[in-house]
Design a protein around this ligand. Structure first.
Ligand code: GUN
Length: 299
C-alpha cells in the first residue's frame, strides 16, 4: 500500500490558527502585538522570496513585521548598527538576519550580535548551548517543525530508531538533540549519518524514522528503506525538469526519491509542502513566545 502523505501545509495552517488565537488573546489582555523583524542584505532572489513569505505569514496571524533591506555592498559596521537597532526596538520581539550573507560579511559575527532573547532562529551560540542543555527559550525552526510534524501525524519518536542524514548545525545536529532528549517528541535512539558514513544501508535497514537533510537530490530510494518506516524529507533541490514536462525549466525535488520511497514507507512528507511550511509556522510560534515572555504571560 502506498505511503500516506504527511501534509505539512495543513499542519502548518493548524499551528498558525493556534498562533492567531493566542495573538488575539495577548492583544486583548496585555495590549501587545507580537512583532517580527527581518534584515536582508543583497538581492538574492530566493532569500527575497523567503522573506516575503515570512512577512505575509506575519500579517496572516496578526503580527506586526518590519523588513530592512540593505544593499549587497553594505559594510559589517552598518549591518551591525541595524542589528543593534532591532535589538533595541521594543515593537520587535524577535528578528532574523536572512542567510546566507553576501561575501565578505562574517555570518558568525552577525549571529552573535543578535540579542539571544530576540533570536527566534535559535542560531545564537547562547541559544544553541541552552538547547543542548535542555534549558532553551526557543528551538530552531526546522528541527522543531519536524518534531511537530511527527507528533501531529501520530508518530511518537520514543523508543524508535531515528536515522538523521546530514550533520548541519541548523538541521541535523539540533534535531539529534531534540529527538534523543527526555521529554515531548524525544526519547528516540538516534543515529546521525553523513557524507563520510560507510555503509549507510546498515543504518537505514533498521530505521523506523528517516530524516533526509543532506542536500543530495533524490539520493534515498525506496529499496534503501525499511518497509513501514516514516520518511521526513528536508531537501529542497532545484534540478532541470525532465523532458516530459514541456514548458518547465526546473523542478523542486527532495533528498528522497519520492516515487519509490512512497511504495515502501508508511508515512512520507512531499517536497514542496512537507517540512518547508513548518519552518515558518515555528518561526511565528517562537516570536509569539518571545512576546508572551516579555509580557510576563506564564507559558
Ligand atoms: N536562510 C534560509 N533559511 C533561513 C532561516 O531559517 N533563517 C535565516 N536567518 N536565514 C535563512
Amino acid at each position: 500500500m502506498p505511503a500516506k502523505i504527511i501534509d505539512g501545509k495543513a499542519i502548518a495552517e493548524q499551528i498558525k490558527s493556534e498562533i492567531s488565537e493566542a495573538t488575539a488573546r495577548l492583544l486583548k489582555t496585555h495590549n501587545i502585538r507580537p512583532g517580527l523583524g527581518f534584515i536582508i542584505v543583497g538581492d538574492d532572489p530566493a532569500s527575497r522570496t523567503y522573506v516575503r513569505m515570512k512577512g505575509k505569514a506575519c500579517a496572516a496571524v496578526g503580527f506586526h513585521s518590519i523588513t530592512k533591506e540593505l544593499s549587497a555592498n553594505t559594510s559589517i559596521e552598518e549591518l551591525l548598527t541595524w542589528v543593534d537597532r532591532f535589538n533595541q526596538d521594543d515593537s520587535i520581539h524577535g528578528f532574523l538576519v536572512q542567510l546566507p550573507l553576501p561575501q565578505p560579511l562574517d555570518e558568525s559575527r552577525v549571529i552573535e550580535a543578535v540579542s539571544p532573547e530576540k533570536d527566534v532562529d535559535c542560531f545564537h551560540p547562547m541559544n544553541v548551548g541552552r538547547l543542548h542543555l535542555g534549558t532553551e527559550a526557543f528551538a530552531p525552526c526546522t528541527p522543531a517543525g519536524i518534531i511537530e510534524l511527527l507528533l501531529r501525524s501520530g508518530v511518537e519518536p520514543a523508543g524508535k530508531h531515528a536515522v538523521i542524514l546530514g550533520r548541519s548545525s541548523i538541521v541535523g545536529r539540533p534535531l539529534a538533540t531534540l529527538l534523543s532528549r527526555k521529554g515531548r517528541g524525544g526519547n528516540a535512539t538516534v543515529t546521525m549519518c553523513h557524507s563520510k558514513t560507510t555503509d549507510l544501508q546498515q543504518y537505514l535497514k533498521t530505521a523506523d524514522i528517516v530524516i533526509a537533510a543532506m542536500g543530495k537530490p533524490e539520493m534515498i530510494t525506496g529499496e534503501m528503506l525499511k518497509p513501514g518506516c516514516v520518511v521526513i524529507d528536508v531537501g529542497t533541490n532545484r534540478i532541470p525538469a525532465p523532458s516530459v514536462m514541456a514548458g518547465k525549466e526546473s523542478i523542486l525535488v527532495g533528498d528522497v526519491h519520492f516515487a519509490s520511497a512512497s511504495q515502501v514507507a508508511r508515512l512520507i512528507t512531499p517536497v514542496p509542502g512537507g517540512v518547508g511550511p513548518m519552518t515558518i509556522a515555528i518561526l511565528l510560534r517562537n516570536t509569539l513566545r518571545a512576546a508572551e515572555r516579555k509580557a510576563g504571560v506564564s507559558l
